[in-house]
Design a protein around this ligand. Structure first.
Ligand code: PLP
Length: 395
């Protein structure tokens, strides 16, 4: 009855985990929800004021399909200073979150059968969008190299059909931050083999010393014409529901994305666009610093608690706001019938104990577990203590 295309995709694993937590909570169970890919925080004051002012001014109408020129200009300006390369408004498209930016990129760059290299564990939407665009995701495992893929492993996965590499740093779900030499190696490969790099830096605002976010275009400015930068205000300003993201790349790519958006979503929400402009014009970074400080505290507390795990190593947590636990040593150990076999079993046991987390199966990794520390700190503390109790009870 349905199109074949619907067989290519299932609802995102992270959305399913959120839904399972909500169902358990609706059934009367007290659930500490550590599934979410967002920071639970109040809105930035300039976003709130900017949105209210836009409503009061009567900003009700369509904007340019790829966003208000003023916003595109501001994004181009910010990107110019971060990459030390000039960007113009014509090279930026505003989208309904980074998810649409990535979808635009897949739809305008891929031909049927094109292969796209996706380091694994991966954010669940990357392969789904490649498939929807008619491409084929090719996974490169990063477990053995601290969740940053080896450049040689990427090189080995390249075939004549390879068209692009998707890089996400800081990484969801693993929390890894790519180092400069890996980025330089990937850039070299992309140039030698004529590939696009889709560079998702949605979590760039959140890295923890000594780790730093390196921009691939600062490491390798010659990648300018083959890189699509994807980012959003969703995570950096804790405004996931407002749906404002962007892609930046060569003008021809942006023109094609504009045509695509003109037949799909039209412009991103007008009020949200004005709110972001107001923030970019009026804020002094206080909000961002407070958000970062809050995550630093949450991360420190979380790492302290997770130190008491018996069989599971401390997560990397170099950037973003996820603890990613490799459960393999725990899962492979036990003999009893009750011993969990994979991360799905662990997630079910955690839910029964009142904590919701995301199974690595959502990220192509049956032994991984993602725990978000974007939740309120008091929830995080009791949720992690319960998690440690559940995991340590398995011998
Ligand atoms: N890219 C990555 C790596 C993400 O983790 C997410 C959201 O979880 C997105 C893109 C999508 O962000 P947005 O909410 O702006 O669409």
């Amino acid at each position: 009855m349905l199109a074949q295309r619907t067989r290519l995709i299932a609802t995102s694993g992270t959305a399913n985990a959120r839904a399972a937590a909500a169902t358990a909570a609706a059934g009367g169970k007290q659930i500490i929800d550590l599934t979410s890919g967002e920071i639970w925080a109040d809105l930035a004051p300039a976003i709130r004021d900017g949105a209210i002012a836009a409503i009061n001014r009567g900003e009700n109408r369509y904007t340019d399909t790829i966003g208000l020129t003023k916003l595109r200009f501001k994004v181009a300006q910010a990107l110019s200073s971060r990459t030390e390369i000039e960007w113009t408004a014509d090279e930026v498209a505003i989208t309904a979150g980074a998810k649409q930016a990535l979808f635009d990129a897949a739809m305008v760059l891929l031909n049927p059968g094109d292969e796209v290299i996706v380091p694994s564990p991966y954010w669940t939407t990357f392969p789904a969008q490649v498939l929807l665009a008619g491409g084929k995701p090719v996974f490169v495992d990063s477990h053995d190299s601290g969740f940053v893929p080896r450049v040689q492993a990427i090189a080995a996965a390249i075939t004549p059909a390879t068209r692009a590499i998707i890089i996400n740093t800081p990484n969801n779900p693993t929390g890894a931050v790519y180092d400069r030499s890996t980025l330089a190696g990937i850039a070299e490969l992309a140039m030698a083999r004529d590939l696009w790099v889709i560079y998702d830096e949605c979590y760039a605002a959140f890295t923890y010393p000594p780790h730093e976010h390196s921009h691939i275009l600062r490491v390798a400015p010659q990648m300018r014409n083959r890189t699509i930068v994807v980012n959003a205000f969703s995570k950096q300003l804790a405004m996931t529901g407002w749906r404002i993201g962007y892609l930046a790349g060569p003008a021809a790519v942006i023109k094609a994305a504009k045509a695509l958006q003109s037949h799909t979503t039209s412009n991103p929400n007008v009020i949200a666009q004005h709110a972001v402009i107001a923030h970019l014009e009026n804020s002094d970074g206080t909000y961002e610093r407070a958000l970062h400080a809050r995550l630093v505290t949450a991360r420190r507390l979380g790492l302290e608690i997770l130190q008491s795990l018996d069989k599971v190593a401390a997560p990397r947590a170099e950037g973003g706001f996820y603890f990613y636990l490799d459960l393999a040593p725990l899962l492979q150990g036990g003999q009893s019938a009750e011993h969990p076999r994979d991360a799905d079993d662990v997630v079910a046991a955690l839910l029964a104990a009142g904590v919701a987390a995301v199974s690595g199966t959502a990220f192509g990794d049956p032994y991984g577990l993602r725990v978000s520390y974007g939740a309120p700190i008091e929830h995080l503390e009791s949720g992690l203590r319960r998690l440690v109790d559940v995991l340590n009870a398995w011998q």
